[in-house]
Design a protein around this ligand. Sequence first.
Ligand code: SF4
Ligand code: SF4
Length: 325
Amino acid sequence: MGGGLKPARGFSPAAALLLLATVAASAQSLPYQRPVDEAPQEKSIGGGYKTPAVQKPLPRSSWLQILDVAVLAAAMGISSWLVLKRRSRKSLAALAIGSLAYFGFYREGCICPIGSIQNVAVALTDPHYSIPMVVTATFFLPLVMAVFVGRAFCGGVCALGAIQELVLVKPLQVPRRLDRALGLLKYVYLGLALFFALKPAVARDFLICRFDPFVDFFRRTGPPHMLLLGSAFLLAGMFIGRPYCRYLCPYGGLLAWCTRLARRGVTITPDKELDCGLCTDACPYGAIEKMRAVRRNCLYCARCYAACPRDGDLAHAKAQLVNLS
Ligand code: SF4
Ligand code: SF4
């Protein structure tokens, strides 16, 4: 009579476990191939195809992008306060260095309202193309600011302006007629940039970004011809005040246009005028005509204040010394 359990008929648990183990084992042994190994490579594609370089700067999370816009707005507020209220060239130069470090070398040239002209133009005309809100905000904020207080963005915020401002060591005055003629180039460039940006998607090209002379310095990489172009601009910029800003920057053209409505802007010693002309000599951008700052050309650098014997940094330092003695 044995008391042992009789094996159940049909599928026993042991057999079920064995089956599961076999399936699991076979699943483990399935060869795993990373998709990247399957992706077409330069050699398999042929035809001289080159794998594009890693995107720079790397994508950024949404809240950091919003932070960038907030920093941009705050920097423009500080720029206009330093120029219109404090009238301080030194503090503005410090702000420009900070902006160059943040928007230029840390953010590697993004966010940039100059290049965003193209994105905004395409988004307005192509229903299949959309842009993030931060790009829209970056494009419009400096323009709105210019409508009210002038080119605060150019003064102490734009990284491209700041890098040129800092290399200017011995400014030469460009003859006014030549200056005006060269100043028209930026509108031609704007027209060309829009023409190429608004082409059908397959032929679209963003010229402003492709030929940005300084972005490769900010990203510490770039094709040799662009690094050479950027160096040429910086070299020329040691003697000719901000050549890219005055003669080529398409966004500068839009800002200049917006300042036509501006209620406020740089004023040369409004109540202490000597008519000595020192401010005119000190303006490296030919933006002072008949002893008045021309808002569309004024790059908000505050050099004219610093040169003023009655109202500049020097005058303030002297006043402080007198107060101390
Ligand atoms: S003119 Fe253009 S490049 Fe120059 S500071 Fe203004 S926005 Fe920047
Ligand atoms: S008038 Fe000339 S020197 Fe004065 S803030 Fe404007 S650009 Fe600078």
